[in-house]
Design a protein. Structure first.
Length: 347
């Protein structure tokens, strides 16, 4: 087995620290990836801190991975040594249930295998991308188009697909009015993608501090939600609201902004329950929904869409030794808009 350098959380409260971990031998259908860059996602922090439930430590997180294929198994046909590839939030699924057969592995009815913190086929716990190498089944490895800057592409594997999937599913496009709640790591990607799809895009952020960024990235309008007049001015105005905030918000107030048959979809995942009044849904026949990531087919579609439209996250490149500081800055909302780790520094 291959021993590689990584950064791991040894408990729910301790800072991350350098460790070595083992990766399985490359099987017939496996791809060994030399990781070049790994994105930092707020989900990494939620998971390690056990905001979403207990887990087994130590754990290496990271599910925004881009790298170069270093070795392939004897039966691999989709990838070759030297290819630019990526790995997102999934590394396996049952592949036999209705959802998997429809290419929606993220909704595997028998439970998919996450890139970290999941029980793998061999009974071990999956370890993520804060490391120098990873071994993944070829069916869960994505092709990263040459035109996408490798130093910035990694967050597309989570932030990109998490926002692309609901925009596609609810038909964001010309003639549609889309609101994005929150102007952070997910929100800024939702703005870029919705704009590229042709929708009229409005950002709803607590303050106007990021207004210039929002307009630069493709928003047509920008409103502060701390101003009560915002909810008066925009009432019954949107076809789709994408909520990217991982904290409680007043759902009833935001649902009032939907026009007839409009949908508000949550992609942010707060630890706390989000209460709402059912009467908020009755008016205008509104819907409240949730959306996870995308399946492998849709994630590849997203990467190709981003390549076609020149879409990349706004990133800040850091070294492995800066991860703990970066996590603190994520919690303090002090990043515009996504950290990416140079995996060479794990060595």
């Amino acid at each position: 087995m291959l021993t590689v350098n990584a950064y791991a959380a040894v408990s729910a409260t301790a800072p991350l620290e350098p460790v070595t971990i083992t990766r399985r031998n490359v099987g017939p259908k496996d791809v060994l990836i030399d990781i070049r860059y790994a994105g930092i996602c707020h989900s990494d922090i939620h998971t390690v801190r056990e905001d979403w439930g207990p887990l087994r430590h130590p754990l290496v997180v990271g599910h925004e991975i881009v790298g170069i294929v270093a070795e392939v198994g004897s039966e691999v046909t989709r990838h070759a040594v030297g290819d630019r590839v990526g790995v997102g939030c999934l590394v396996n699924s049952c592949r036999t249930c209705e959802n998997c057969l429809d290419g929606e592995e993220q909704y595997c009815l028998n439970g998919n295998t996450g890139t970290y913190g999941s029980v793998d086929a061999d009974g071990t716990i999956t370890q993520g991308g804060y490391s120098t190498h990873v071994v993944v089944d070829e069916d869960f490895v994505l092709r990263v188009p040459e035109s996408l800057d490798f130093t910035a592409a990694a967050p597309l594997l989570c932030a990109g697909i998490t926002t692309y999937s609901p925009l596609q599913h609810w038909n964001a496009g010309p003639g549609k009015k889309v609101a994005v709640v929150g102007m952070g790591g997910l929100g800024h990607m939702a703005v870029k993608l919705a704009h590229a799809m042709g929708a009229e895009v409005t950002v709803l952020s607590r303050t106007l501090s990021k207004k210039d960024d929002g307009l630069r990235l493709g928003a047509d309008h920008y409103y502060a939600t701390e101003d009560p007049e915002t909810f008066v001015a925009l009432k019954n105005g949107f076809d789709l609201i994408v909520n990217t905030v991982s904290a409680p918000i007043d759902l009833d107030a935001y649902l009032s902004l939907l026009r007839r048959n409009g949908t508000m979809v949550n992609v942010g995942a707060p630890a706390e329950p989000l209460p709402l009044r059912v009467f908020s849904l009755f008016g205008n026949r509104r819907s409240f929904a949730g959306s996870g990531i995308g399946g492998i087919r849709e994630t590849q579609e997203m990467l190709d869409f981003c390549a076609e439209h020149g879409i990349l996250p706004e990133t800040e490149l850091i070294e492995a030794s800066q991860i703990n500081d970066a996590w603190k800055r994520v919690l303090d909302s002090d990043v515009r808009y996504r950290f990416v780790i140079d995996a060479a520094t794990f060595a």
